[in-house]
Design a protein around this ligand. Structure first.
Ligand code: NAD
Ligand code: DAU
Length: 358
């Protein structure tokens, strides 16, 4: 049985990863979830696994050297899946410092603890691996309608968030190059699915529409993102962790480019299609809610991943078409409006007022 140390396992992708792994591979793995529970971390997401004897939660800051080393000294960790991060671009534009602390220094701390715990006189203990969960945003932006990000595309981050993720990637690369540290880097496009915090485009639009609130589209709405259903990302990470060639970078993408305005329009249409005829919220939802607002500073125009390498080497391909994934996602939010109400209480209201003046 392998022991996975999952950092940031109470966040959006981390909690989906834990749920996915516990469902699909539960007999083969033990998971230790390390998370400091920022505004984005929510243990409620993990209710269905918390009593399982092969799952353990530890409230630890990845920047805390002693606490992180202690985990490696206590448990025989086979895989590190490093999700923990500050993840929202808009927040990074307002407050870059915490992004450097968590995303850069936290990663360095984790690398050092894993290296110390795994190294031997002539290399590393067998079958150990560290996975840096990174993002396509480290490649910068594609300016026109054509072209893709490849693993060989030069790093050219623009936001403080993507700069902090690129810095972390370079640290991981330096550990591979200098110390032959057993690691992979994955770079994924935009994820969507259950448990995503409503600061991100899709859950924010779903929640606003259901409450008859304006739908704030940045700039012209023509910016393009490449959307991937979160479970498809989880499977890709697992494959890289188990079968990826050490030292390699793998791009993960959905082959699903959409303009932001298309996404918002689809959400409105899908909500109207899915809500029962007698549901009074139908009256609140219309295309008139779409409101163009000031653009994000430094807004990257287009992201698109070429996931050819992971397909060729590991046989991974996205399996959830967007038309299905968006319905699964909207259905989840409709069934979990109490989750949405809890996470949008309190601090979220201040965040929303500061971010959006509409
Ligand atoms: P998220 O913001 O939903 O979750 C981040 C988690 O990290 C939270 O649970 C938070 O409490 C935890 N965390 C933050 N600081 C911590 C610290 N100092 N110590 C321990 N835990 C801490 O993020 P997400 O959207 O799930 O993204 C997860 C990872 O995937 C990030 O590294 C992100 O850069 C990367 N990624 C995200 C996407 C996406 O579309 N969401 C796409 C590609 C890559
Ligand atoms: O590409 C991967 C990245 O995707 C991840 O690394 C990040 O962690 C994740 O947050 C996401 O970044 P984006 O900035 O692309 O996601 P976000 O949901 O914030 O925005 C998606 C697009 O929608 C972007 O072009 C900005 C736009 N947008 C966003 C919000 C929140 C709006 O037009 N209005 C909004 O209110």
């Amino acid at each position: 049985m392998k022991t996975y140390l999952v950092t940031g396992g109470a966040g959006f992708i981390g909690s989906n990863f834990i749920l996915y792994m516990m469902k699909k591979y539960k007999k083969d793995i033990r998971i230790i979830n390390v998370d400091i529970l920022t505004y984005a971390g929510n243990l409620e997401n993990l209710k269905s696994v918390e009593a399982m004897d092969n799952y353990k939660f530890m409230k630890v800051d990845i920047c805390d050297k002693e606490a992180v080393l202690n985990i490696f000294n206590t448990y025989d960790i086979d895989r590190v899946i490093h999700f923990a991060a500050e993840s929202h671009v808009d927040r990074s534009i307002r407050n870059p410092e915490v992004f450097v602390n968590t995303n850069v220094l936290g990663t360095l701390n984790l690398l050092n603890a894993a290296k110390l715990s795994w190294e031997t006189e002539d290399g590393y203990l067998p079958d150990k691996k560290y996975i840096q969960v990174s993002t396509d945003e480290v490649y910068g932006a594609l300016e026109g309608e054509e072209g893709f990000f490849y693993e060989t595309t030069p790093l050219d981050p623009h936001s403080p968030y993507s700069a902090s993720k690129a810095s972390a990637d370079l640290l991981v690369k330096s550990y591979v190059d200098t110390y032959h540290f057993p690691a992979n880097i994955t770079r994924c496009s935009n994820n969507y699915g259950p448990y995503q915090f409503p600061e991100k485009l899709i859950p924010l639009m779903i929640n606003n529409a259901l409450n008859g609130k304006k739908l704030p589209v940045y700039g012209t709405g023509m910016n393009v993102r490449d959307w991937l259903y979160v479970d498809d990302h989880c499977e890709a990470i697992y494959l890289v962790a188990e079968k990826g060639r050490i030292g390699e970078v793998y791009n993960i993408g959905g082959h699903n480019e959409k303009k932001n305005i298309e996404i918002v329009t689809m959400i409105i249409d899908t909500l109207l299609e899915m809500l029962p005829k007698e549901d009074s919220r139908r009256e609140l939802i219309s295309h008139d809610l779409i409101t163009y607002v000031e653009d994000r500073k430094g807004h990257d125009f287009r992201y698109a991943i070429a996931p050819d390498k992971i397909k060729e080497e590991l046989g991974w391909e996205p399996v959830t078409p967007f038309s299905q994934g968006i319905k699964l996602t909207i259905a989840w939010y409709l069934e979990n409006m109490d989750w949405m109400e809890r996470v949008t209480k309190g601090e979220y209201q201040n965040y929303y007022k500061t971010m959006y003046s509409i």
